[in-house]
Write a protein that binds this ligand. Structure first.
Ligand code: GTP
Ligand code: MG
Length: 369
């Protein structure tokens, strides 16, 4: 913690070490020149010399925050909302995004189940929305939590023929924990056994009350399959997002989060990044988690090459020296700095893991005794 040797204290305060030792002796403490004393003791000694001690605020150079400059208000411009689509397995999240993007991703998924976070950007007139698709299968809680954390708005998809299910509730919890507004898309209203009113009724139990019942949650009935209600949903998303006045500074080094990453046999580490602030450019040196990298290729969600990615853009990049972990933050630096920071972060992570292992082992021994 906050300790300093007598020698160091003397040096910094411009005093003789012997003067400090003498003073401490008079205060009833016997120390040697290389001994450490705590902050309060040092402050007491210094005050006797008429010097005010100041606690050093130590900056952890392995944290990105240490390099973060706060943006001046005049540098901030509106950015597209990041919208995460969540809900129970098979309730139609991917199909809904297909309807929005006019693609057919759901039909190509293995077993019809989403197993990763898909990130897309769509243009609506002159506005953009970034969408993150999340898996509904119960195994993917961590991915949903990550999705909720980076998002500005959650679209909760509930199938009208199935109603509120366990992962519906989980999604609500994630959104609430992240403090993010929820828009409910009641899906599959084309089905003969669809009961949208029941969905509304069930969701009141979780504090999601429709406007017509005196609440403030927006509900939009849709059929992702028949592509009905999509325009209304998009309109509502833009409306809710607008209230949040989302802004970022495109004229600074990029910073954001790793949505997912994997090792591709031909291309090496491939990462899907969400740029949250600044502009990411091809050739930028960066640190993602504990990995150094230089953006070699950068593509949008349709595989088109991009030279730059402003705030709220999801991109796929290659050029990292290793595979970062999903959920890791990334930040752009000068190359040399990036290498040094990546190394320091890797060391820190190793230390933390070691510490954790040690604690685990101690627990094992405790239990054995
Ligand atoms: P996970 O990602 O695995 O959680 O599933 P998901 O929520 O993405 O569901 P997905 O979009 O894969 O759809 C599941 C099934 O529901 C598919 O067979 C879709 O064709 C069907 N489906 C989705 N939306 C609708 C809809 O509006 N109406 C009808 N009738 N079927 C739909
Ligand atoms: Mg899906």
């Amino acid at each position: 913690g906050d300790r300093i040797t007598v020698a160091e204290l003397a040096e910094r305060a411009g005093l003789e070490a012997s003067e400090i030792i003498k003073k401490l002796f008079l205060l009833g403490t016997v120390v040697t020149i290389n001994q450490e004393i705590d902050f309060d003791t040092a402050a007491l000694v210094l005050s006797d010399f008429g010097i005010e001690a100041e606690r050093e605020t130590r900056v952890d150079v392995t944290e990105f925050e240490a390099y973060e400059d706060e943006d001046a208000p005049e540098d901030l411009v509106p950015r597209p909302p990041v919208v995460t689509v969540m809900g129970h397995v098979d309730h139609g999240k991917t199909t809904l995004l297909d309807a929005i993007r006019q693609t057919r991703v759901a039909a190509q998924e293995a077993g019809g189940i989403t197993q990763h976070i898909g990130a897309y950007q769509v243009e609506i007139g002159d506005r953009k929305i970034t969408f993150l698709d999340t898996p509904g299968h119960e195994a993917f809680t961590a991915m949903r939590a990550r999705g909720a954390k980076v998002t500005d708005v959650v679209v909760l998809v509930v199938a009208a023929d199935d109603g509120v299910m366990p992962q519906t509730v989980e999604a609500i919890d994630h959104a609430k924990a992240a403090g993010v507004p929820i828009i409910v898309a009641i899906n599959k209203i084309d089905k003969p056994d669809a009961r949208p009113e029941r969905v509304k009724q069930e969701l009141t139990e979780y504090g999601l009350i429709p406007e017509e019942w005196g609440g403030d949650t927006v509900f939009v009935p849709v059929s992702a399959l028949k592509r009905q209600g999509i325009d209304e949903l998009l309109e509502m998303i833009l409306l809710v997002a607008e209230l949040r006045e989302l802004k970022a500074n495109p004229n600074r080094r990029a910073r954001g989060v790793v949505l997912e990453a994997r090792l591709d046999r031909g291309r090496g580490p491939v990462a899907t990044l969400l740029v949250q602030n600044g502009t990411l450019r091809q050739g930028d040196a960066l640190v993602a988690g504990t990995m150094f990298g230089r953006v070699r290729t950068m593509t949008d969600d349709r595989g088109r090459p991009l030279k730059e990615a402003p705030p709220s853009t999801p991109v796929e990049v290659t050029g990292l020296e290793g595979v970062p972990e999903a959920g890791d933050a990334f930040m752009v630096f000068e190359e040399e700095e990036a290498r040094a920071i990546a190394k320091a972060r890797a060391e820190r992570r190793r230390e933390r893991e070691l510490a954790r292992t040690r604690i685990d082992l101690e627990n094992v021994f405790d239990r054995l005794q």
